[in-house]
Design a binder for this molecule. Structure first.
Ligand code: ZN
Length: 480
């Protein structure tokens, strides 16, 4: 069997977080009743004229700079002509040959190896509306159309075909999402469609320089779906070639339920759209000073922040990478460390218990009811020995579920650690008296037997005895 390799490029659409649409004053708010955020401009009624929203251009430049792109000094809008019921004008205003930003790149790390992925271009365009179906698109008896999304500003970020596996594609999209989120130009919520990803995939025999015929994969709405869909599509194309057949250039969709990609339509070429400059919109002349101003307003981006967390707090690379996946998470971490200066312990709690509970409840860091100050307070109680490590987990869980202060939880549940030597001594005596067999085993040289006795003391104090003191007292008595 010949060896094949995959070539993958991604096209990512990001909805920009402006208050109004790209060419009119209609609201971009998500979740309104259908067709409530519309006006003659975004409905494409005759005689109306679009006016470009300056904030959109600023955000597109900001994203381009964050992705190491060159910003055009002259850019324009074009009409991309096609018919679809969610597109009331029968053309989409987009950018064709003179996009706002080009020639960028970002860095990914897969299995410990760094790789630079090229960014071909970033261009601005308007979003289309949305067709709403009862059930699935192929079985529904009718379609409804919602134009609220029509004219919501998008940037499309097109990568070079620099990726060769589903892992690399996912790493690229994760990094892209983090960078865009840090800039604040989009919230990048995949579940709300503000980050959407298409993938161009082809395979070719190893050693061949010419690219194979590609298929474009649409409708992947999570990182998991992206990974599964790309893996499936690579396999499918390899099998087609193995069978001596040809891959067809087409658009395919990912069927999550069946776990397969399906053909949707043959792939259009740029000339099918008959692009031409939009006569209603003047070209954009971008002043260098403006670009410099926007550049100066860029926040610290994920890669820089990761490096700083390593050097400032002595964190392992892995921790720093996890903590900087979103700006909110990194902020949460740093706010907590500021109040409780043990960077690694804070990281352990965030990456351990907090991440586990967030996963289980489907929360993001912004939804978490434990504030950084509350986490710091809990760690102080642990540090002072007021609560044991085991109790801390219970306290933390209660804080997560109720948003209560750690001190309040400890008090209400009577969870203060017992460090009273007299009290512990009494329980230790009882446990020794009740477990002669284990005592005998220990004295006969079975070191492990002491673990059982410690466990019994903890059990009878409901986990509240100071474990260090329990160990010490037990040893003293048994070694006598
Ligand atoms: Zn409008």
């Amino acid at each position: 069997m010949a060896q094949y390799e995959a070539v993958i490029g991604l096209e990512v659409h990001v909805e920009l977080k402006t208050n109004t649409k790209i060419f009119c004053h209609s609201s971009t708010e998500f979740g309104a009743d259908p067709n409530h955020h519309v006006c003659p401009v975004c409905l494409g009624l005759p005689g109306v004229l679009p006016v470009v929203n300056k904030k959109v251009v600023e955000y597109a430049i900001k994203a381009g700079l964050a992705l190491n792109c060159q910003i055009a000094s002259f850019s324009k809008f074009d009409r991309k002509n096609y018919y679809y019921p969610d597109l009331p004008k029968n053309y989409q205003i987009s950018q064709y040959d003179l996009p706002i930003a080009e020639h960028g790149h970002l860095e990914i790390n897969v299995n410990g190896t760094d790789k630079r992925i090229g960014i071909t271009r970033v261009h601005m365009e308007e979003d289309a509306g949305k067709l709403v179906h009862q059930g699935t698109i192929s079985t529904t008896p009718y379609s409804l159309v919602d134009y609220n999304r029509t004219g919501v500003p998008l940037i499309e970020i097109v990568s070079e075909p620099d990726m060769t596996s589903a892992d690399e594609a996912v790493a690229y999209l994760e990094k892209l999402k983090a960078i865009i989120q840090y800039t604040g130009v989009s919230d990048c919520k995949m579940q709300e469609g503000s980050l959407r990803c298409d993938a161009n995939i082809s395979v070719r025999p190893v050693g061949q320089t010419e690219l194979g015929t590609k298929a474009e994969l649409k409708n992947m709405n999570s990182f998991k779906a992206l990974h599964k869909a790309i893996s499936y599509e690579i396999e499918r194309q390899m099998e087609v070639l193995e069978d001596g057949e040809k891959v067809v250039q087409e658009t395919r969709t990912w069927d999550e339920a069946r776990g397969v990609t399906l053909s949707m339509r043959s792939k259009e070429e740029a000339h099918d759209y008959r692009y031409f400059p939009d006569p209603d919109l003047a070209p954009l002349v971008i002043a260098r000073e403006w670009v410099d101003e926007i550049k100066a307003s860029l926040p610290e981006l994920p890669d820089e922040r990761r490096k700083r967390l390593v050097s400032a707090y002595g964190l392992p690379e892995y921790d720093a990478a996890v903590l900087t996946t979103t700006r909110e998470l990194a902020d949460y971490y740093e706010q907590c460390v500021e109040l409780f200066n043990n960077p690694k312990l804070v990281s352990n709690w965030i990456m351990g218990d907090l991440a586990r509970m967030m996963n289980a409840s489907g929360q993001e860091i912004g939804d978490v009811r434990i504030s950084p100050a509350q986490l710091a307070k809990m760690l102080q109680l642990l540090d002072k020995g007021t609560i044991s490590g085991k109790i801390a987990k219970t306290v933390f869980e209660e804080m997560f579920n109720t948003g209560k202060d750690p001190g309040q939880v400890v008090e209400e549940k009577g969870l203060v650690q017992i460090s009273d030597a007299g009290l512990i001594d009494k329980v230790v005596e009882e446990v020794i008296a009740a477990n002669p067999k284990s005592v005998e085993d220990y004295r006969a040289g079975k070191e492990k037997a002491i673990g059982f006795l410690v466990g019994q003391v903890m059990k009878s104090t409901k986990g509240k005895a100071n474990p260090g003191m329990v160990n010490k007292l037990l040893k003293e008595k048994l070694d006598k």
